[in-house]
Ligand binder design. Structure first.
Ligand code: GMT
Length: 401
Protein backbone atom coordinates (compact mmCIF):
# COMPACT_ATOMS: atom_id res chain seq x y z
CA UNK A 1 0.00 0.00 0.00
CA UNK A 2 1.25 3.50 -0.77
CA UNK A 3 -0.23 6.55 0.85
CA UNK A 4 -0.19 9.36 -1.65
CA UNK A 5 -0.32 12.97 -0.62
CA UNK A 6 -1.32 15.24 -3.49
CA UNK A 7 0.17 18.44 -2.19
CA UNK A 8 3.71 19.20 -3.27
CA UNK A 9 6.12 18.84 -0.40
CA UNK A 10 8.36 21.84 -0.18
CA UNK A 11 9.61 23.33 3.01
CA UNK A 12 12.94 24.87 3.87
CA UNK A 13 15.42 22.46 5.46
CA UNK A 14 13.17 19.45 5.09
CA UNK A 15 14.61 16.10 4.03
CA UNK A 16 13.13 13.05 2.35
CA UNK A 17 13.94 10.03 4.45
CA UNK A 18 13.35 6.32 3.86
CA UNK A 19 13.09 4.22 7.02
CA UNK A 20 13.39 0.44 7.07
CA UNK A 21 12.74 -1.61 10.20
CA UNK A 22 11.20 -4.84 11.36
CA UNK A 23 7.47 -4.14 11.50
CA UNK A 24 6.87 -6.67 14.25
CA UNK A 25 6.42 -6.16 18.02
CA UNK A 26 9.81 -5.04 19.34
CA UNK A 27 11.94 -2.12 20.42
CA UNK A 28 13.78 -1.45 17.16
CA UNK A 29 10.53 -1.23 15.17
CA UNK A 30 8.99 0.97 17.88
CA UNK A 31 11.96 3.35 17.87
CA UNK A 32 12.10 3.50 14.05
CA UNK A 33 8.38 4.25 13.82
CA UNK A 34 8.33 6.87 16.57
CA UNK A 35 11.36 8.47 14.94
CA UNK A 36 9.64 8.58 11.55
CA UNK A 37 6.48 10.08 13.04
CA UNK A 38 8.42 12.76 14.89
CA UNK A 39 10.48 13.57 11.75
CA UNK A 40 7.21 14.03 9.85
CA UNK A 41 5.92 16.32 12.62
CA UNK A 42 9.14 18.30 12.20
CA UNK A 43 8.33 18.83 8.51
CA UNK A 44 10.30 16.04 6.82
CA UNK A 45 8.84 13.54 4.37
CA UNK A 46 9.11 9.98 5.64
CA UNK A 47 8.77 6.74 3.67
CA UNK A 48 8.60 3.46 5.59
CA UNK A 49 9.81 0.49 3.54
CA UNK A 50 9.15 -2.97 5.00
CA UNK A 51 7.20 -6.18 4.44
CA UNK A 52 4.32 -5.02 6.64
CA UNK A 53 3.09 -1.83 8.20
CA UNK A 54 5.11 -1.26 11.40
CA UNK A 55 3.04 -2.14 14.47
CA UNK A 56 3.10 1.40 15.85
CA UNK A 57 2.17 2.96 12.48
CA UNK A 58 -1.52 2.60 12.98
CA UNK A 59 -3.07 5.46 11.05
CA UNK A 60 -2.53 7.99 8.28
CA UNK A 61 -0.23 10.85 9.21
CA UNK A 62 0.57 13.82 7.04
CA UNK A 63 3.97 13.41 5.36
CA UNK A 64 4.21 9.69 6.16
CA UNK A 65 4.06 6.97 3.48
CA UNK A 66 4.32 3.20 3.61
CA UNK A 67 5.76 1.01 0.84
CA UNK A 68 5.25 -2.72 1.15
CA UNK A 69 8.03 -5.10 0.09
CA UNK A 70 6.54 -8.15 -1.63
CA UNK A 71 9.05 -10.96 -2.26
CA UNK A 72 7.78 -13.18 -5.06
CA UNK A 73 7.04 -16.76 -4.01
CA UNK A 74 8.47 -19.03 -6.68
CA UNK A 75 8.27 -22.84 -6.28
CA UNK A 76 12.04 -23.10 -6.67
CA UNK A 77 12.65 -20.99 -3.58
CA UNK A 78 12.64 -22.73 -0.25
CA UNK A 79 13.54 -19.32 1.20
CA UNK A 80 12.16 -16.34 -0.79
CA UNK A 81 15.01 -13.78 -1.02
CA UNK A 82 13.49 -10.99 1.09
CA UNK A 83 16.74 -8.99 1.25
CA UNK A 84 16.82 -8.69 -2.54
CA UNK A 85 13.17 -7.70 -2.78
CA UNK A 86 13.83 -5.10 -0.08
CA UNK A 87 16.82 -3.72 -2.00
CA UNK A 88 14.70 -3.47 -5.14
CA UNK A 89 11.89 -1.64 -3.31
CA UNK A 90 14.39 0.71 -1.66
CA UNK A 91 15.94 1.43 -5.07
CA UNK A 92 12.54 2.09 -6.64
CA UNK A 93 11.30 4.31 -3.81
CA UNK A 94 14.50 6.38 -3.68
CA UNK A 95 14.31 6.96 -7.44
CA UNK A 96 10.63 7.72 -7.64
CA UNK A 97 10.35 9.82 -4.48
CA UNK A 98 13.84 11.33 -4.76
CA UNK A 99 14.79 10.38 -1.21
CA UNK A 100 17.88 11.98 0.33
CA UNK A 101 18.76 9.13 2.62
CA UNK A 102 17.85 5.68 3.81
CA UNK A 103 17.89 5.08 7.55
CA UNK A 104 17.84 1.38 8.34
CA UNK A 105 17.19 -0.06 11.79
CA UNK A 106 18.78 -3.41 12.74
CA UNK A 107 21.76 -4.27 10.57
CA UNK A 108 20.62 -7.67 9.33
CA UNK A 109 19.59 -7.68 6.49
CA UNK A 110 18.59 -4.01 6.29
CA UNK A 111 22.09 -2.53 6.02
CA UNK A 112 22.96 -5.09 3.36
CA UNK A 113 19.84 -4.30 1.32
CA UNK A 114 20.54 -0.58 1.73
CA UNK A 115 24.08 -1.03 0.47
CA UNK A 116 22.82 -2.93 -2.62
CA UNK A 117 20.17 -0.26 -3.32
CA UNK A 118 22.70 2.54 -2.94
CA UNK A 119 25.16 0.83 -5.32
CA UNK A 120 22.41 0.23 -7.89
CA UNK A 121 21.52 3.93 -7.71
CA UNK A 122 25.14 4.99 -8.03
CA UNK A 123 25.46 2.83 -11.15
CA UNK A 124 22.79 5.02 -12.74
CA UNK A 125 24.29 8.29 -11.55
CA UNK A 126 22.00 8.88 -8.55
CA UNK A 127 23.10 8.93 -4.94
CA UNK A 128 21.48 8.28 -1.58
CA UNK A 129 23.10 8.19 1.83
CA UNK A 130 22.81 5.14 4.06
CA UNK A 131 22.52 5.48 7.84
CA UNK A 132 22.38 2.29 9.92
CA UNK A 133 21.22 2.15 13.52
CA UNK A 134 22.45 -0.86 15.47
CA UNK A 135 19.91 -2.00 18.03
CA UNK A 136 21.19 -5.03 19.88
CA UNK A 137 21.11 -8.65 18.84
CA UNK A 138 21.99 -7.67 15.27
CA UNK A 139 25.45 -7.21 16.81
CA UNK A 140 25.56 -9.33 19.96
CA UNK A 141 23.67 -12.51 19.03
CA UNK A 142 22.46 -12.96 15.46
CA UNK A 143 25.36 -10.94 14.08
CA UNK A 144 27.81 -13.30 15.81
CA UNK A 145 26.44 -16.36 14.04
CA UNK A 146 29.09 -17.59 11.58
CA UNK A 147 26.47 -17.65 8.83
CA UNK A 148 26.02 -13.86 9.14
CA UNK A 149 29.10 -12.35 10.84
CA UNK A 150 31.06 -11.35 7.72
CA UNK A 151 28.08 -9.85 5.90
CA UNK A 152 27.04 -7.86 8.99
CA UNK A 153 30.59 -6.51 9.33
CA UNK A 154 30.80 -5.70 5.63
CA UNK A 155 27.39 -4.00 5.57
CA UNK A 156 27.94 -1.83 8.62
CA UNK A 157 31.31 -0.75 7.24
CA UNK A 158 29.63 0.23 3.97
CA UNK A 159 27.06 2.45 5.70
CA UNK A 160 27.73 6.17 5.39
CA UNK A 161 27.01 6.61 9.11
CA UNK A 162 26.42 4.25 11.99
CA UNK A 163 24.57 4.89 15.19
CA UNK A 164 24.20 2.67 18.25
CA UNK A 165 21.52 3.04 20.89
CA UNK A 166 24.00 2.92 23.79
CA UNK A 167 27.71 3.21 24.53
CA UNK A 168 27.55 -0.41 25.68
CA UNK A 169 26.41 -1.48 22.20
CA UNK A 170 28.98 0.80 20.57
CA UNK A 171 31.75 -0.94 22.57
CA UNK A 172 30.36 -4.37 21.74
CA UNK A 173 30.33 -3.50 18.03
CA UNK A 174 33.92 -2.41 18.25
CA UNK A 175 34.94 -5.57 20.12
CA UNK A 176 32.91 -8.05 18.10
CA UNK A 177 33.49 -6.59 14.64
CA UNK A 178 36.69 -4.59 15.13
CA UNK A 179 34.90 -1.58 13.64
CA UNK A 180 36.29 1.88 14.21
CA UNK A 181 34.67 2.94 17.50
CA UNK A 182 34.93 6.61 16.54
CA UNK A 183 32.83 5.88 13.46
CA UNK A 184 29.75 5.13 15.59
CA UNK A 185 27.52 7.88 17.00
CA UNK A 186 25.68 6.94 20.17
CA UNK A 187 22.11 8.24 20.01
CA UNK A 188 19.93 6.82 22.77
CA UNK A 189 16.36 5.72 22.39
CA UNK A 190 13.68 8.17 23.44
CA UNK A 191 10.21 8.43 24.91
CA UNK A 192 7.26 10.80 24.55
CA UNK A 193 6.60 12.09 28.10
CA UNK A 194 3.08 13.14 27.16
CA UNK A 195 2.12 9.60 26.20
CA UNK A 196 4.03 7.78 28.96
CA UNK A 197 2.65 9.72 31.88
CA UNK A 198 1.25 8.19 35.04
CA UNK A 199 -0.85 11.28 35.79
CA UNK A 200 -2.58 11.10 32.44
CA UNK A 201 -4.19 7.81 33.40
CA UNK A 202 -4.39 8.55 37.13
CA UNK A 203 -7.09 6.82 39.06
CA UNK A 204 -7.57 4.10 36.48
CA UNK A 205 -6.88 0.78 38.13
CA UNK A 206 -6.90 -1.21 34.94
CA UNK A 207 -5.26 -4.18 36.62
CA UNK A 208 -5.79 -5.93 39.94
CA UNK A 209 -7.30 -4.39 43.04
CA UNK A 210 -5.99 -1.19 44.69
CA UNK A 211 -4.43 -3.08 47.60
CA UNK A 212 -2.27 -5.20 45.29
CA UNK A 213 1.12 -4.05 43.99
CA UNK A 214 1.45 -4.56 40.25
CA UNK A 215 4.74 -6.02 39.05
CA UNK A 216 5.10 -5.87 35.27
CA UNK A 217 7.22 -7.29 32.47
CA UNK A 218 6.80 -6.50 28.77
CA UNK A 219 8.84 -8.18 26.04
CA UNK A 220 8.82 -10.50 23.07
CA UNK A 221 9.46 -13.47 25.38
CA UNK A 222 12.72 -14.60 23.87
CA UNK A 223 15.35 -16.52 25.86
CA UNK A 224 17.54 -13.43 26.15
CA UNK A 225 14.84 -11.87 28.39
CA UNK A 226 15.23 -14.60 31.06
CA UNK A 227 11.48 -14.95 31.60
CA UNK A 228 11.94 -17.72 34.23
CA UNK A 229 13.86 -15.15 36.33
CA UNK A 230 10.88 -12.78 36.11
CA UNK A 231 8.65 -15.53 37.52
CA UNK A 232 11.15 -16.47 40.25
CA UNK A 233 11.62 -12.84 41.35
CA UNK A 234 7.86 -12.37 41.51
CA UNK A 235 7.46 -15.64 43.42
CA UNK A 236 9.59 -14.18 46.22
CA UNK A 237 7.94 -10.73 46.06
CA UNK A 238 4.40 -12.08 46.38
CA UNK A 239 5.40 -14.11 49.43
CA UNK A 240 6.02 -10.80 51.26
CA UNK A 241 3.13 -8.59 50.07
CA UNK A 242 -0.11 -8.73 48.08
CA UNK A 243 1.01 -8.51 44.47
CA UNK A 244 0.12 -9.47 40.94
CA UNK A 245 2.49 -10.14 38.02
CA UNK A 246 1.30 -8.77 34.70
CA UNK A 247 3.13 -10.15 31.66
CA UNK A 248 2.62 -8.36 28.35
CA UNK A 249 3.81 -9.74 25.01
CA UNK A 250 4.25 -13.13 23.46
CA UNK A 251 7.01 -15.32 22.13
CA UNK A 252 8.83 -18.63 22.45
CA UNK A 253 9.19 -18.52 26.26
CA UNK A 254 5.54 -17.89 27.08
CA UNK A 255 4.63 -21.52 27.66
CA UNK A 256 7.65 -22.04 29.92
CA UNK A 257 6.52 -19.00 31.94
CA UNK A 258 3.04 -20.45 32.37
CA UNK A 259 4.48 -23.83 33.36
CA UNK A 260 6.85 -22.35 35.94
CA UNK A 261 4.12 -20.21 37.49
CA UNK A 262 2.01 -23.36 37.74
CA UNK A 263 4.82 -25.37 39.35
CA UNK A 264 5.47 -22.59 41.90
CA UNK A 265 1.76 -22.44 42.73
CA UNK A 266 1.32 -18.79 41.74
CA UNK A 267 -0.73 -19.10 38.54
CA UNK A 268 -3.62 -17.22 40.14
CA UNK A 269 -1.26 -14.27 40.82
CA UNK A 270 0.09 -14.13 37.23
CA UNK A 271 -1.81 -12.55 34.34
CA UNK A 272 -0.52 -13.02 30.80
CA UNK A 273 -2.11 -10.42 28.54
CA UNK A 274 -0.37 -11.34 25.27
CA UNK A 275 0.59 -8.73 22.69
CA UNK A 276 -0.73 -5.23 23.32
CA UNK A 277 0.37 -2.44 21.02
CA UNK A 278 -0.13 0.60 23.25
CA UNK A 279 1.31 -0.09 26.67
CA UNK A 280 1.32 3.43 28.15
CA UNK A 281 -1.90 2.98 30.10
CA UNK A 282 -0.81 -0.43 31.39
CA UNK A 283 2.55 0.95 32.54
CA UNK A 284 0.75 3.73 34.38
CA UNK A 285 -0.88 1.04 36.55
CA UNK A 286 2.40 -0.67 37.41
CA UNK A 287 4.37 -0.30 40.64
CA UNK A 288 7.52 -2.15 39.62
CA UNK A 289 9.01 -3.24 36.28
CA UNK A 290 11.31 -6.26 35.91
CA UNK A 291 13.88 -6.60 33.10
CA UNK A 292 16.42 -9.22 34.20
CA UNK A 293 17.71 -9.87 30.65
CA UNK A 294 20.85 -11.83 29.81
CA UNK A 295 21.86 -8.81 27.75
CA UNK A 296 20.06 -5.65 26.78
CA UNK A 297 21.61 -2.99 24.59
CA UNK A 298 19.20 -0.33 25.86
CA UNK A 299 15.85 -1.63 27.08
CA UNK A 300 13.35 0.79 25.54
CA UNK A 301 10.56 -0.57 27.69
CA UNK A 302 12.58 0.23 30.84
CA UNK A 303 12.67 3.83 29.66
CA UNK A 304 8.93 3.83 28.96
CA UNK A 305 8.32 2.39 32.43
CA UNK A 306 10.43 5.07 34.12
CA UNK A 307 8.71 7.86 32.17
CA UNK A 308 5.50 6.38 33.57
CA UNK A 309 6.91 6.68 37.11
CA UNK A 310 7.68 2.98 37.45
CA UNK A 311 11.03 2.03 39.04
CA UNK A 312 12.89 -0.74 37.16
CA UNK A 313 14.93 -3.68 38.42
CA UNK A 314 17.33 -4.87 35.73
CA UNK A 315 20.62 -6.52 34.84
CA UNK A 316 23.95 -4.84 35.51
CA UNK A 317 26.75 -4.77 32.92
CA UNK A 318 24.33 -4.24 30.04
CA UNK A 319 23.06 -1.14 28.26
CA UNK A 320 20.50 -0.86 31.07
CA UNK A 321 23.24 0.83 33.10
CA UNK A 322 22.78 3.85 30.83
CA UNK A 323 19.00 3.79 31.14
CA UNK A 324 18.47 3.10 34.87
CA UNK A 325 20.05 5.31 37.51
CA UNK A 326 21.20 2.56 39.85
CA UNK A 327 19.84 3.00 43.38
CA UNK A 328 17.74 6.01 42.34
CA UNK A 329 15.29 5.07 39.59
CA UNK A 330 15.53 1.37 40.31
CA UNK A 331 18.49 -0.96 40.64
CA UNK A 332 20.89 -3.16 38.71
CA UNK A 333 22.04 -6.62 39.73
CA UNK A 334 24.17 -9.42 38.33
CA UNK A 335 22.42 -11.41 35.62
CA UNK A 336 20.59 -14.32 37.24
CA UNK A 337 20.76 -12.96 40.82
CA UNK A 338 17.04 -13.37 41.39
CA UNK A 339 17.43 -13.12 45.19
CA UNK A 340 19.00 -9.67 45.02
CA UNK A 341 16.43 -8.53 42.46
CA UNK A 342 13.56 -9.80 44.62
CA UNK A 343 14.98 -8.14 47.75
CA UNK A 344 15.34 -4.83 45.93
CA UNK A 345 11.77 -5.10 44.68
CA UNK A 346 10.40 -5.94 48.13
CA UNK A 347 12.34 -3.04 49.69
CA UNK A 348 10.73 -0.62 47.24
CA UNK A 349 7.22 -1.99 47.39
CA UNK A 350 7.05 -2.16 51.19
CA UNK A 351 8.29 1.39 51.84
CA UNK A 352 5.85 3.99 50.54
CA UNK A 353 8.24 6.96 50.87
CA UNK A 354 11.05 5.09 49.18
CA UNK A 355 8.78 3.99 46.35
CA UNK A 356 7.40 7.52 45.84
CA UNK A 357 10.94 8.98 45.69
CA UNK A 358 12.00 6.34 43.15
CA UNK A 359 8.86 6.85 41.08
CA UNK A 360 9.31 10.64 40.91
CA UNK A 361 13.03 10.26 40.18
CA UNK A 362 12.26 7.76 37.39
CA UNK A 363 9.90 10.17 35.68
CA UNK A 364 12.29 13.13 36.03
CA UNK A 365 15.29 11.13 34.78
CA UNK A 366 13.43 9.86 31.72
CA UNK A 367 12.04 13.28 30.81
CA UNK A 368 15.29 15.16 31.37
CA UNK A 369 17.50 12.78 29.45
CA UNK A 370 15.41 10.87 26.94
CA UNK A 371 12.44 13.01 25.84
CA UNK A 372 11.68 12.76 22.11
CA UNK A 373 12.25 16.49 21.71
CA UNK A 374 15.80 16.14 23.06
CA UNK A 375 16.87 13.07 21.11
CA UNK A 376 15.28 13.28 17.65
CA UNK A 377 17.17 16.51 16.78
CA UNK A 378 20.37 14.48 17.14
CA UNK A 379 19.24 12.28 14.25
CA UNK A 380 18.27 15.35 12.21
CA UNK A 381 21.70 16.84 12.87
CA UNK A 382 23.39 13.61 11.81
CA UNK A 383 21.31 13.45 8.60
CA UNK A 384 22.25 17.02 7.67
CA UNK A 385 25.86 16.21 8.42
CA UNK A 386 25.95 13.17 6.17
CA UNK A 387 24.12 15.07 3.42
CA UNK A 388 26.51 18.01 3.70
CA UNK A 389 23.64 20.40 4.53
CA UNK A 390 24.05 23.38 6.81
CA UNK A 391 22.71 23.05 10.35
CA UNK A 392 19.98 25.42 11.55
CA UNK A 393 21.45 27.84 14.11
CA UNK A 394 19.31 26.55 16.91
CA UNK A 395 20.08 22.81 16.74
CA UNK A 396 21.92 21.12 19.61
CA UNK A 397 25.62 21.97 19.64
CA UNK A 398 27.92 19.05 19.08
CA UNK A 399 26.35 16.42 21.28
CA UNK A 400 25.04 14.28 18.45
CA UNK A 401 28.40 12.61 18.35
O1 GMT B 1 18.08 -6.79 19.26
C1 GMT B 1 17.00 -7.28 19.58
O2 GMT B 1 16.86 -8.18 20.39
C2 GMT B 1 15.77 -6.79 18.94
C3 GMT B 1 15.49 -5.40 19.29
C4 GMT B 1 14.05 -5.19 19.06
O3 GMT B 1 13.65 -5.06 17.91
O4 GMT B 1 13.31 -5.20 20.05
O5 GMT B 1 15.81 -5.06 20.63
C5 GMT B 1 16.94 -4.28 20.79
O6 GMT B 1 16.64 -2.98 20.37
C6 GMT B 1 15.82 -2.22 21.24
C7 GMT B 1 15.58 -0.85 20.61
O7 GMT B 1 16.77 -0.16 20.41
C8 GMT B 1 16.51 -2.11 22.59
O8 GMT B 1 15.73 -1.33 23.48
C9 GMT B 1 16.70 -3.51 23.17
O9 GMT B 1 17.45 -3.40 24.38
C10 GMT B 1 17.48 -4.37 22.19
N1 GMT B 1 17.46 -5.78 22.66
C11 GMT B 1 18.55 -6.38 23.13
O10 GMT B 1 19.64 -5.86 23.20
C12 GMT B 1 18.34 -7.78 23.60
Amino acid sequence: MVWILEAAYESAGSMKIGITCYPTYGGSGAVATELGLELARNGHEVHFISYAQPFRLTQFKDGVYFHEVKPNQYPLFEYPPYSLALAVTMHEVVRREELDLLHVHYALPHATAGWIARDMLRASGQDVKLVTTLHGTDITLVGQDPSYWSIVRFSIEKSDRLTAVSSWLCDRTYQDFQCEQSAIDVIPNFVDPDVYDRDRYAGKHVLGSPDERIVMHISNFRRVKRIPDVIKIFHRVQSELPARLVLVGDGPERQAAEDLAQRLGISDRVVILGKIESVAELLASADLFLLPSEQESFGLVALEAQASGVPVIGSAHTGLAEVIEDGVTGSLHAVGDVDAMAEAGIALLTDKDRWTAASLASRAWAVENFATSRVVPKYEKLYRDVLGLSQPDDTLGSDAS
